[in-house]
Ligand binder design. Structure first.
Ligand code: SAH
Length: 344
């Protein structure tokens, strides 16, 4: 039988477990604090617990940890890329970035991905498994332990499709934001999805205030299907309608991510189509020059053309930014560090 993963339990669940050990409620709260605030590395560090309780916990619960396998630090902007080994031998990537508004961590939500976007390195070897809530949290906690830095923003934009790991994702989000834990502001979290429509609607009803980003990348269904298999299942119209529901239910403005690929989605009519979609939802647009992945053969739009594309959107009244490229000198693109590692 697999042991319960203690780091994925909510404060309420942990209290119930401890009650079954005939332990008072304050013990559960102490343990939760050790895990999520003091970032204990093991049960032995929980020095205000009786030794017998620590032994009992060790015997009763699974303790998920990540081991740093590789770390790259950008000489350009201080971005740090981490490769973490999971206890089952799998690997995940996470990234630490410094911005003017604070430090941000980009985490992975799955080992591999089954969405199959053609320009993305994360999906080249397919999907291996979902990450537990604790394994998403630990990417942030371990980066805090290693760097000693404060983290004010979290983006779920690493390997994996977060809405394809829905229950663990929502559990992770609630743990990250709960008062008894790291207490991160929900508004400082962005979840990026390729657009699993029913899950967007479900997420809208969770009562969360997180930012949702849609990886749009094309403005016609035909073109989108060529680069994103998820477009075979959901049309752009259906996706827009789910996003409108998200916006209306949560009051949160949504973001479109749009990866510019030369000759594929960067024409004048693409800019016009994108403007129309963005204006209809009052969405913010984030343009990303595609990060070339050797196996994929796509080429990024040149810097001038990116600027022209942006200007077109702005002229139509769209709120648009060009994603600052972080850590170009290290294995920048999504999934490249992990991929290099599993191939070697
Ligand atoms: N599955 C989620 C989150 C992970 S990908 C999603 O699809 O949104 C995070 C973002 O990086 C997505 O917008 C994705 O399309 C983009 N991306 C993936 N590979 C890229 C590449 N080679 N260059 C630029 N952006 C890429």
């Amino acid at each position: 039988m697999r042991m319960t993963d203690i780091k994925s339990l909510t404060p309420g669940e942990l209290r119930l477990y401890l009650e079954s050990f005939h332990m008072p409620r304050y013990r559960a709260d102490q343990i939760f604090r050790w895990i999520h605030v003091q970032l204990a590395r093991n049960f032995d560090e929980m020095t205000n617990l009786p030794a017998t309780l620590r032994t009992g916990l060790r015997e009763s619960f699974a303790w998920n940890t990540l081991r740093m396998e590789d770390r790259q630090i950008s000489a350009l902007d201080g971005t740090q890329k981490f490769l973490f080994a999971l206890p089952d031998g799998n690997f995940v990537e996470s990234v630490f970035m410094r911005y003017r508004f604070g430090n941000s961590v980009c985490i992975s939500s799955q080992v591999g991905c089954r969405m199959g976007c053609r320009f993305c390195a994360s999906t080249l070897n397919g999907w291996e498994r979902n990450l537990a809530a604790s394994e998403m949290l630990e990417q942030i906690y371990e980066i805090r332990r290693i760097t000693g830095e404060k983290i004010s923003h979290v983006v779920v934009m690493g390997t994996g499709e977060p809405l394809d790991n829905y229950d663990n994702l929502v559990r992770f989000l609630r743990l990250l934001c709960c008062e008894e834990g790291m207490n991160l502001s929900q508004r400082s979290i962005t979840v990026s999805t390729c657009g699993i429509v029913p899950r967007i609607r479900k997420l809208a009803r969770e009562g969360l205030q997180i930012t949702l980003a849609l990886s749009l990348h094309a403005v016609t269904d035909e073109r989108r299907r060529e680069i994103m298999p998820v477009a075979e299942t959901y049309t752009i119209e259906e996706t827009m309608s789910a996003l409108r529901f998200y916006y209306e239910t949560t009051g949160r403005q949504v973001t479109f991510e749009y990866t510019l690929i030369r000759g594929v989605n960067d024409s004048v009519s693409d800019a016009e189509g994108l403007s129309a979609l963005a204006l209809s939802l009052r969405a913010h647009v984030n343009l990303i020059p595609v990060n070339p992945v050797k196996e994929r053969g796509y080429v990024e739009t040149g810097a001038e053309a990116v600027q022209a594309f942006k200007n077109r959107l702005e002229k139509s009244g769209v709120n648009v930014t060009i994603r600052r490229e972080m850590g170009r000198d290290i294995d920048g693109a999504c999934g490249q560090l992990r991929r290099r590692h599993i191939l070697s």
